[in-house]
Design a protein around this ligand. Structure first.
Ligand code: CAA
Ligand code: FAD
Length: 380
């Protein structure tokens, strides 16, 4: 067992760290305040290969391993989780599914521009009445011979107004339940496809979250991914990898808050000495560091299993469950260590605390992760 990063992994991590400091940090407070999508920063992340990290270079990807992806997600999320969620969705929920299950034509047409960062994608599973209970899809994809007729509404879609390519899950054969669900590639601009208003959110305010409306959208049959009725399995398999990405995002938010708290504790004086010399603060820092290290190991273990072709359903859910809870606890403590300064925007920790909350909700809530883990534990 080797607990060391390779030379290549270290270089990629350092490149992401430098990028986050130089390109994400300036303006992060303003983007949060004004709910601005990080347009220029996403372009640059594409140029650095962060948007198609694990995709084969023959489809314009960087051909890296999942561990490198975890390292990049951690570094970006220390500074700006609104930017890192773009990386997570594009890599895990869009590029991965297209590369693994798409046809050569679909890969040429859709995967290549997504992996190079020429455009970004969105993954559309959730609906007003189907979030955790994802099998109860109300959006329909009626089979019309050479095309599907898509009708319905998707909720809370990340990259909702910035994406060009949308993977939309919809029900084709209601009587077949989840076996009747398909996944279709929908292009922005297809007739009948409209984007609802942007959600005004607690955290990840720079990320554009929208509902999407489909009204008799004609989607060619060639845009279905996988066999007829494969859509729900597709969503589940894709989300497994997605949960590693969001676990790493949570890890980064926690690590970012911890680093700020540690530095602040060394500088701020109370009762004639730095905060860091009060044992109550030292113990908070010790708990934060221990939990962050455990979260990092769970993320890297899940990544290692995926990279080595082993089952990772349970490991991905454990990583996401644990890291997201660590993100919440750590950011709350980081605000506490900053005292009143932690409560104002300039010190960054209040934003990290607001951003942390979403990691317990999206890509399966903490309750859903416990459900997935316990089902795996109880399997024969
Ligand atoms: N791999 C392959 N197949 C899987 C699977 C997996 N990991 N998990 C479930 N399935 C299959 C099951 O085998 C079953 O198929 P069969 O009947 O053929 O065996 C089918 O899927 C249905 O599974 P269940 O019977 O377990 O269904 P359920 O309704 O009891 O529970 C669930 C399923 C795990 C709760 C699922 O609905 C779920 O994951 N819900 C959470 C949804 C979610 O994570 N949404 C995230 C949206 S994307 C997002 O949020 C992006 C973002 O923020 C940035
Ligand atoms: P519900 O399913 O209604 O759950 C409400 C509460 O009840 C939760 O605490 C849940 O854990 C709990 N609960 C539900 N069922 C059970 C049960 N059986 N046992 C115990 N507790 C239960 N979706 C996409 O498809 N694509 C995206 O890009 C995307 N991006 C998102 C971005 C943001 C900012 C947000 C807020 C959401 C996003 N989502 C996206 C949707 C997200 O995945 C869902 O919000 C999430 O899966 C929960 O669904 P819900 O909101 O309908 O909550």
């Amino acid at each position: 067992m080797i607990f060391e990063l390779t030379e290549e992994q270290r270089m990629i991590r350092d490149a992401a760290r430098d990028f986050a400091q130089q390109e994400l940090k300036p303006g992060v407070i303003e983007r949060d305040e004004h709910q601005q999508f990080p347009v220029e920063q996403v372009k640059k992340m594409g140029e650095l290969g962060f948007l198609g990290m694990m995709v084969d270079p023959k489809y314009n990807g960087a051909g890296l391993d999942t561990a490198s992806y975890v390292l990049v997600m951690e570094e970006l999320s220390k500074i700006d989780a609104s930017a890192s969620v773009v990386v997570s969705v594009n890599n895990s929920l869009v590029c991965y599914g297209l590369e693994k299950y798409g046809t050569e034509e679909q890969k040429e047409k859709y995967l290549k521009p997504l992996a190079s960062g020429a455009c970004i994608g969105a993954f559309c599973l959730s609906e007003p009445e189907a979030g955790s209970d994802a099998t109860s899809q109300h959006t329909t994809a009626e089979d019309k011979g050479d095309h599907y007729l898509l009708n319905g509404t998707k909720n809370w879609i990340t990259n909702g107004s910035s994406a060009s390519t949308y993977l939309v899950i919809a029900q084709t054969y209601p009587k077949k339940g989840h076996h009747g669900i398909n996944v279709l590639i929908v292009e922005r601009g297809m007739a009948g496809f409209t984007i609802g208003p942007k959600e005004n959110k607690l955290g990840i305010r720079g990320s554009d979250t929208h509902s999407l409306l489909f009204n008799d959208v004609k989607v060619p049959k060639a845009n279905r991914i996988g066999e007829d009725g494969f859509g729900f399995r597709f969503a589940m398999k894709t989300l497994e990898g997605g949960r590693i990405g969001i676990a790493a995002q949570a890890l980064g938010i926690a690590a970012g808050a911890y680093e700020l708290a540690l530095n602040y504790a060394k500088e701020r004086q109370t009762f004639g000495k730095p905060l860091a010399q009060h044992q109550a603060i030292q113990f908070k820092l010790a708990d934060m560091a221990t939990q962050i290290e455990a979260a990092r190991l769970l993320c890297l273990k899940a990544a290692w299993l995926k990279d080595n072709g082993q089952p990772y359903t349970q490991a991905a859910s454990m990583a996401k469950l644990f890291a997201s809870e660590v993100a919440m606890r750590t950011t709350v403590e980081a605000v506490q260590i900053h005292g009143g300064y932690g409560y104002v925007k300039e010190y960054h920790v209040e934003r990290l605390m607001r951003d942390a909350k979403i990691t317990q909700i999206y890509e399966g809530t903490s309750e859903i992760q416990r459900m997935v883990i316990s089902r795996e534990l109880l399997k024969d």
